[in-house]
Design a protein around this ligand. Structure first.
Ligand code: FDA
Length: 389
């Protein structure tokens, strides 16, 4: 069977691409349902874009690469599409837009769009072989127990990254890219919790508070969550994309307060309050309790010298923690790195050295922050390729 375009992966990017290039396009996916990551995203409500999405919210070896696609299909374009489908949405925080109802509405929107454009969707289909011909590509795929031979002029790699193998993530896009001589950047799990030696934060599991987490390369003010395995929450997930093995993370547990000045002033004004009581005004009680032996939080404010208050404030506002690692691809929301953008046109996503080969979405070395940015990249890059084909 011959198609103009075959798209590998019926995820966010692949379906958006099919909706643009439409007629005589085929989308293949080995999963039984399309858009499974969309379905589970945003706690079932899909954080489908971000009001403030811009190139500065993306990591890539070439930070300029994403600019063109993001500018030509913006968050406003996707919001417009969502509105046209009558899907109700709301802003949760920091510009993050979620469905009021269910993330399944976004999957349905994409399936409807690609069908209206005349594209075909084959699920439960595995790719066995891909080869180049003079004017396109030949594929061998397995569907319903039979091997089928397909041909196409354009082949779009839209099968995502390696995050969450249990949900069907594979390295297919990377393998095909390598087969055709495209370079790859190093891949690693991102938007992922930090792990610490067994039991390190066990007594604190479930405690959550606003905090500032920083490394030399980035800093995020968002919620921090202690877990049985280590640290999680938006601030941690964000920072994990910038963190490198062995590096210490600075944790500021009371980011918006001149704590030293405040404690000195309280001491001046009497100081008969227990130090722990004063700290519990700014921190969750369980955290103060757990930190008491570690930081020797004994005595009243009046008992604390300036030097002692300084040490204490440094411990609370610049707590140096070195994660032993991350939870890896098992729970990572995205894969950092991927197909090197140097080998692709930023306008069309077409490979510079292999005419007809395109790469879009998470498979490409463009990774967004937490907060709807990764879907926006999927929509924008899918749109760029789909309209160029
Ligand atoms: P995506 O992974 O969506 O699609 C790839 C498709 O290819 C899949 O359907 C897969 O089955 C298929 N495939 C893979 N290997 C194949 C093979 N060998 N053969 C055939 N098919 C194959 N982002 C965001 O912006 N807002 C959010 O709320 C969330 N929430 C979120 C929650 C969780 C739990 C995760 C894991 C991730 C998120 N994300 C997110 C990230 C977001 O899901 C991700 O960036 C996009 O889905 C990437 O879109 P793609 O289309 O590139 O890949």
């Amino acid at each position: 069977m011959e198609y103009q375009t075959i798209i590998l992966g019926a995820g966010a990017a692949g379906m958006m691409c099919a909706a643009q290039c439409g007629g005589n396009a085929l989308v293949l996916d080995h999963a039984r349902a399309p858009g499974e990551k969309i379905r589970i995203s945003g706690g079932g409500r899909c954080n489908f874009t971000n009001l403030f999405a811009g190139p500065e919210n993306f990591l890539s070896r070439n930070p300029h690469f994403c600019k063109s696609a993001l500018a030509r299909y913006t968050q406003w374009d996707f919001i417009d599409l969502v509105n046209r489908h009558g899907i109700a949405w709301h802003e949760k925080t920091l510009g993050q837009l979620f469905c009021d109802g269910s993330s399944k509405q976004i999957v349905a929107l994409l399936v409807q769009e690609l069908q209206q454009a005349g594209a075909e969707l084959w699920l439960s289909t595995s790719v066995r072989e891909v080869e180049k011909t003079t004017d396109g590509f030949r594929l061998q795929v397995e569907r319903e127990g039979t091997t089928r031979r397909l041909a196409c002029r354009n082949l779009v790699l839209a099968s995502g990254g390696k995050s969450i193998p249990k949900m069907g993530a594979t390295g297919l896009a990377y393998d095909i890219a390598r087969q055709f001589g495209l370079a790859m950047t190093e891949t690693r799990a991102a938007l992922v919790p930090f792990t610490f030696p067994e039991g390190r934060f066990k007594p604190l599991a479930g405690v959550s508070l606003p905090a500032r987490l920083s490394t030399a390369r980035a800093s995020f003010d968002e919620a921090l969550l202690f877990t049985h395995r280590g640290l999680s929450g938006p601030a941690v997930l964000q920072l994990s994309s910038y963190w490198r093995e062995g590096e210490a993370v600075s944790v500021n547990l009371i980011p918006d307060l001149a704590l030293y000045d405040l404690l000195r002033a309280r001491r001046q004004a009497g100081g008969r309050k227990a130090l722990t009581t004063e700290l519990a005004r700014h921190l969750p009680g369980r955290l103060v309790e757990a930190l008491t032996p570690e930081l020797s939080l004994d005595g009243n404010l009046a008992d604390q010298s300036d030097a002692r208050l300084e040490t204490l404030c440094a411990a609370l506002q610049n707590w140096q923690l070195t994660p032993s690692g991350t939870e890896g691809y098992r729970t990572a929301e995205v894969t950092l790195g991927g197909i090197d953008t140097d080998g692709l046109s930023s306008k069309t996503m077409q490979a510079k050295t292999v005419p007809g080969l395109y790469a879009i979405g998470e498979a490409v070395d463009v990774t967004g922050w937490l907060g709807g940015y990764n879907f926006q990249w999927a929509w924008s890059s899918g749109h760029a390729a789909g309209t160029a084909i």
